[in-house]
Design a protein around this ligand. Structure first.
Ligand code: HEC
Ligand code: HEC
Length: 356
C-alpha cells in the first residue's frame, strides 16, 4: 500500500524501528495506519509555556540578554551585513518570507529558511536534522559560506573580544578564563532562542478544554486532519511527530508518493537528498524531518524548497505527495482554518540595544 523504505518488523513494540538509535532517525510505518489502535500514536498536546533546557546550557537572565543582543547583531557575519534577524525576522513569523534567503556574501542557502519560533521544542534542527541542538545550528551557521561565512573561530573571537561591552558580558556569563568563544556565542544565542515560544494558540486552548476556542471550520478541519491522515505524521506538541529524545529526529519521505504533477510544478524533487546528506546512509535518501505546523499560516512559502507559495496549495500538495489523495475545495478550506488555529501568542520583543 505504501512505499516505505523502512522494513516492518512484526512484533515490534510500535512504529519505532529497531536499530534506529545508532542512525538517529525515526520513521513511521504508514502501513500501521491500517492497524486498529494505531490512532493511539496520534496524540496532541498543548505547547508548554517554556521550552526544554539542556543541562549543559542552563538559562540565566544575563545569558539570555547577551544572546538577544547577538541575535540582532550583524557583526556575527563576516562583513557585518546580516544578523539572525535578517533571515529569521521575529516580526515576521520568525522567517523572512523568501523562497530562499541570501547570506552575507550574496550566496544562497540551498533550503528555505524555517521559523525560529518553537524551534527549541524540536529534537533536531534543520530540514535534514543535521544539527543536533540549537547550539549546533548556530555553530553551523557561523561558518556556513551561505550564511555568516566566517572563515574561522579566531577572526570571530577577535571581532567580539574587541568590543568592550561584549567582553564584559561574556566574562560575567561564562567566566573570565576564555569568555568569548564560538561555543559561548552559540550557547548564549541558543538560550535566547529558547525563549521564542508561542503558546496559547486557539488549538491549545481547545486542547485544554475550551471547546469554543476553535471556529466551526477549524473544528471541521481538525477532523479532516485526522481523517485524511495528516495526523499520522503531524502530531505531538509541535505537530511534528512523536517525542523522540533530543538529538534524534523524526523523518519521512518527501515526496512519499513521487510522480504527481506537483513534483514538477514546485520543483520538489531536486538533488537535495535530505537526511542522506547528513548520514550517507542509502535508506535515508529523500527523508526530511516532519515539519512543525505551529504558526504555519505565517511562514509561507512552504517546504524545504520554499517553492509552494500559499498554505492552500501546501495542503493540496501534502495530501497528494504524502497520502496520495486529492482534496475537495471544502476540505482544503477546513484544513487551512485548522492550521490557522495553530498561530500562538508571540512574546513581545523590545529592540535589543547593541554595544558600540
Ligand atoms: C542567511 C540567512 C540565515 C541567517 C542569517 C540565519 N539563519 Fe538560521 N537558518 C537559515 C536556513 C536556510 C536554515 C535551514 C538550514 C537547513 O535546513 O539546511 C536555518 C535554520 C535555522 C534553525 C533550525 C530551524 C529548524 O526548524 O530546523 C535555527 C534554530 C536557526 N536557523 C537559528 C538561527 C540563529 C540563532 C541565527 C543567528 C545566529 C540564524 N539562524 C541566522 C538561514 C539563516
Ligand atoms: C508521511 C508523513 C506526512 C504526512 C501524512 C503529511 N505530512 Fe506534512 N510534512 C511531512 C514532511 C516530511 C514535511 C517536510 C517537507 C520538506 O522537508 O520539504 C512536511 C511539511 C508540511 C508542511 C510545510 C511545512 C513548512 O514549514 O514549510 C505543511 C503545511 C504540511 N506538511 C501539512 C500537512 C497536511 C495538511 C497534511 C495532510 C493533508 C500533511 N502535511 C501530511 C510529512 C507528512
Amino acid at each position: 500500500m505504501v512505499q516505505n523504505q523502512a522494513e516492518k518488523k512484526p512484533g515490534s513494540p510500535g512504529f519505532l524501528l529497531p536499530g534506529m538509535k545508532q542512525i538517529k532517525s525515526y520513521f513511521l510505518l504508514l502501513s500501521l495506519l491500517c492497524v486498529p489502535g494505531a490512532q493511539a500514536f496520534e496524540v496532541f498536546s498543548p505547547l508548554p509555556t517554556a521550552a526544554p533546557v539542556p543541562a549543559d546550557n542552563p538559562q540565566t537572565v544575563e545569558k539570555i540578554r547577551l544572546g538577544k543582543q547577538l541575535y540582532f547583531d550583524a557583526r556575527l557575519s563576516v562583513n557585518g551585513t546580516l544578523s539572525c534577524n535578517t533571515c529569521h525576522d521575529l516580526n515576521n513569523g520568525g522567517d523572512d518570507g523568501q523562497i530562499r534567503s541570501v547570506g552575507a556574501l550574496g550566496k544562497t542557502p540551498r533550503r528555505s529558511t524555517p521559523t525560529v519560533f518553537n524551534a527549541a521544542f524540536q529534537s533536531v534542527q534543520f530540514w535534514d536534522g543535521r544539527a543536533e541542538s540549537l547550539e549546533a545550528a548556530v555553530l553551523y551557521h557561523l561558518y556556513d559560506p551561505t550564511v555568516f561565512a566566517n572563515a574561522d573561530e579566531a577572526s570571530l573571537v577577535e571581532r567580539f573580544t574587541a568590543i568592550k561591552n561584549y567582553r564584559t558580558q561574556f566574562s560575567k556569563v561564562f567566566g573570565r578564563e576564555q569568555p568569548v568563544t564560538a561555543d559561548n556565542i552559540a550557547q548564549a544565542t541558543a538560550a535566547y532562542v529558547r525563549t521564542l515560544v508561542t503558546p496559547d494558540s486557539a488549538f491549545d486552548r481547545y486542547l485544554k478544554g475550551d471547546k469554543n476556542a476553535l471556529s466551526l471550520n477549524a473544528r471541521r478541519g481538525f477532523e479532516e486532519f485526522q481523517k485524511v491522515g495528516c495526523s499520522a505524521c503531524h502530531f505531538g506538541i509541535n505537530l511534528s511527530g512523536p517525542p523522540v529524545p533530543m538529538g534524534e529526529g523524526f523523518y519521512e519521505l518527501f515526496p512519499n508518493y513521487s510522480g504527481s504533477e506537483y513534483d514538477r510544478k514546485y520543483n520538489l524533487v531536486t538533488d537535495d537528498l535530505g537526511r542522506y546528506e547528513a548520514t550517507k546512509e542509502d535508506i535515508h535518501k529523500r527523508l526530511f524531518r516532519v515539519s512543525t505546523l505551529r504558526n504555519i499560516a505565517l511562514t509561507a512559502p512552504y517546504v524545504h524548497t520554499g517553492t509552494i507559495p500559499t498554505l492552500d496549495e501546501a495542503v493540496r500538495v501534502m495530501a497528494k505527495t504524502q497520502l496520495q489523495q486529492d482534496l475537495s475545495d471544502e476540505q482544503v478550506k477546513y484544513l487551512v482554518a485548522f492550521l490557522a488555529s495553530l498561530t500562538g501568542k508571540f512574546p513581545r520583543q523590545a529592540i535589543a540595544r547593541l554595544p558600540d
